[in-house]
Design a protein around this ligand. Structure first.
Ligand code: PLP
Length: 408
């Protein structure tokens, strides 16, 4: 059966050109970049070039780029490394309630050590309110960490405004840009970003490699101690093929960034319009306007997310759900709860994320399959029967009555 992959926010396939660029560094160019002989120097030069390429994509200088094992390590390093190096200046941090667990759990680890963390709320679209950040800043606030774009609902934050407010309050500004890097234009100096996390496997590069941008002058404590790699800041022999692949993926993305962004956005909007027109009891989650070009996230009433995913998987459609059952917890996603969704519709949510290879036919097939799947599931749902008999009310109908846009 043909697989229709619509889960590009989860991970992406490595592009053939990326693989080709990486291959020599597994075999003939296998040297350790720390070695003085030419085999080592070739590897070291490849890292230097990759660092320059990645720095250019965000308007940074090469000395500000540090390679990591992925977005999770970059987030942990930015947050814990900064807090530990700057605790003498204050022990208060600010983040948001919709961050990835790499940020949330790093903050929680700091709380267990005696740091204080404020978790900013978001509005019903998942947008942060700049005035909330202003109000949360304190004299002892050292770091503000707010994500560029959300991995579940795709909401893009006003990062430049938020960074400016953090700086006015004397804090350093970190952004988890794992979902936005190479998808949205990002220039660290224009936006006032001091620390930025990115990951290769979200941009058609390999898994297990990422980077942390650290503005010159920002001090971090090392997470990894050992050798002198990454200018003494991150020990461990460098993942040379991964780093080369990461830079190649970023360079390729830059080559047709606007074209691909707009193509995906057209497919996204087509999918959103079709769902809103054709599927009853549906609500778009997140903002339509401030949204990643590839993200579609809906809640469907009288539906349980796990059943929907299983039926779609049986038709070859790879998507994910905001119901966290699949990840071993029965709680719905913290992001969907943070935008105010009641549990019953947070459980029936679906994320579909478009990628470079996605076609209009694939999107249409997925929406057709979704329609059939939801009809089948609702036919079996006692709650839906109760609704049809007028015994229970529709939550989504209430959203519509309250003037919430993008519901059906
Ligand atoms: N931050 C965000 C917003 C993400 O979406 C992800 C991955 O899904 C991560 C961090 C973690 O990145 P990695 O898988 O490279 O550790």
């Amino acid at each position: 059966m043909k697989q229709i992959y619509l889960d590009h926010a989860s991970t992406t396939p490595v592009r053939p050109e990326v693989l080709e660029a990486m291959l020599p560094y597994f075999t003939e160019e296998f040297g350790n970049p720390s070695s003085i002989y030419s085999l080592g120097q070739t590897a070291s030069d490849a890292i230097t070039t990759a660092r320059e390429t990645l720095a250019t994509t965000i308007g940074a200088t090469a000395t500000e780029i540090f390679f990591t094992s992925g977005g999770t390590e970059a987030d942990n390093w930015a947050i814990k490394g900064f807090a530990h190096a700057n605790a003498a200046k204050g022990k208060h941090l600010i983040t948001s309630s919709i961050e990835h667990h790499a940020v949330l759990h790093a903050c929680e680890a700091l709380e267990r050590e005696g740091f204080e963390v404020t978790y900013l709320p978001v509005d019903e679209h998942g947008l942060l309110r700049p005035e909330d950040l202003k109000a949360a800043l304190r004299p002892d606030t050292i770091l503000v960490s707010l994500m560029f774009a959300n991995n579940e609902i795709g909401t893009i934050q006003p990062i430049g405004d938020l960074a400016a407010i953090a700086h006015e309050g004397g804090a350093v500004f970190h952004t988890d840009a794992v979902q936005a890097f190479c998808h949205e234009p990002i220039k660290v100096n224009e936006l006032g970003i001091d620390l930025l996390s990115a990951s290769a496997h979200k941009i058609y590069g390999p898994k297990g490699v990422g980077m942390l941008y650290v503005r010159t002058g920002v001090k971090l404590r090392n997470l990894l101690n050992g050798g002198q790699q990454e200018r003494g800041k991150r020990a461990t022999t460098e993942n040379v093929p991964g780093i080369v692949g990461f830079a190649k993926a970023a360079a390729l993305a830059a080559a047709d960034a606007t074209l691909e962004h707009d193509r995906q956005q057209t497919l996204r909007d087509h999918a959103i319009r079709r769902v809103l027109a054709e599927i009853p009891h549906a609500k778009l989650n997140g903002s339509w306007k401030n949204r990643l070009a590839n993200n579609v996230n809906f809640s469907f009433e009288f539906i349980e997310g796990e059943g929907m995913l299983l039926q779609l998987a049986a038709r070859g459609i790879c998507v994910s759900s905001g119901s966290a059952c699949t990840s071993g917890s029965l709680d719905p996603s913290h992001v969907l709860l943070a935008i105010g969704l009641p549990h019953e519709i947070a459980h029936g949510s679906l994320r579909l994320t478009i990628g470079r290879s996605t076609t209009l036919e694939e999107v249409d097939f997925a929406i057709d399959s979704l329609e059939t799947t939801l009809e089948n599931l609702r036919m079996m749902s006692p709650l839906y029967e109760d609704f049809q008999q007028g015994k229970v009310d529709s939550v989504i109908k209430q959203y519509a009555a309250d003037g919430f846009p993008y519901t059906n």
